[in-house]
Design a protein around this ligand. Sequence first.
Ligand code: SF4
Ligand code: SF4
Length: 396
Amino acid sequence: METVTPFADIAREIQDAGGGVFKYCYQCGKCDVVCPWNRVTNFSMRRIVWQAALGLPEIEVDDIWRCTTCGECPSQCPRGVDQIEVAVAIRKLAASYDVFSGAASSLRAVRTSIVSEGNPLGEARDQRTAWANGLSVKPFTEGMEILYFVGCYYSYDPRNMKVAAATAKLLERAGVDFGILGTRESCCGESIRKAGNEEEFKTLARENIKAFIDHGVKRILVGSPHCYHTFKNEYSEFMVNLEVVHIAQYLQELVEAGRLELTGRFDKRVAYHDPCYLGRHNGVFDEPRDVLGKLSGLELVELPDTRQNSLCCGGGGGRIWMHTDREERFGDLRLAQAQEVGAEVLVTSCPYCISNFEESRLGLAGNGGPPEGAVLEIRDLTEVVLESFGEGGERP
Ligand code: SF4
Ligand code: SF4
């Protein structure tokens, strides 16, 4: 009896942390079959769920940090188990003991940066608007049509800063009266929450909600599916209902309203990659394809794992901050799929996907992959639309 009680206590702790759905699992193993990790290594979510039910989670092993929260296995579990809830609950337990093993050790620095500067990249808060240098982007004031909530990767990551600039140029072209929060914007907190750091998430959410209220924000535009997901589905826990729109949806809205006329051309064969948090988690599949489909000259092709079954880029659930061995990168698989279907450009609409695909592209080129010129281009949806007008067409 002495050993049973602590196990029951731990199972209860996982349950209290939101992972109680483990009790419905009947160990069929379907989650392992569909998980993208099993295309590159051996990983068992079924085992993690089983250990949680027994109160025996191994919080010191790398595997508890692997899940990218891509949403594939919850969408296919015959018992309706949300395995992400179990994984996040175990991570909360590990974080509460300050146990961040192996690849997850980077989360300590990420957490420190989020707490001190409001972003996970170790950058200064006062540099948050550096992406807009040279552009006529205004601070948001009450009465403006929409707040552009930029997000951390678009604000600081050099490759993604170009996407933020492309977004601003398109908004300007469509005559949208928009502004940004600048240094009052903090990380949305979606990924740090999935990495088990609940208190940090709550602090960020409160800061952002206060900034929205202080500025009289009515409608929010985001480029990151992670910001979209958390504003739409998670900030409601703080008794606010935010009207949030993702740029893929907003571009379609602007085009349909006649505010953005797609008069240019994009003469390339393009494959669209569905980001997990835009597609599978939130059902936004058609809007980006509709916009791409309206560009003259563009030939849209589908990837093998597409829409509801899109292959994760590997960046969700905090994985964007963790080291992934070269041979285990989902991005390499995705680029190979894009090349299989003969795409010249792989387009997506998420900063994590852009970062991971660019890393894979550089890796493939440097590893005796396809010769320069045959290597795929990686583009955000906004960049493709902007380039169709003949702007910003230089290779990032
Ligand atoms: S798919 Fe669902 S029921 Fe089957 S092992 Fe995974 S969590 Fe359990
Ligand atoms: S959510 Fe995705 S990454 Fe996580 S275990 Fe399920 S299939 Fe694997």
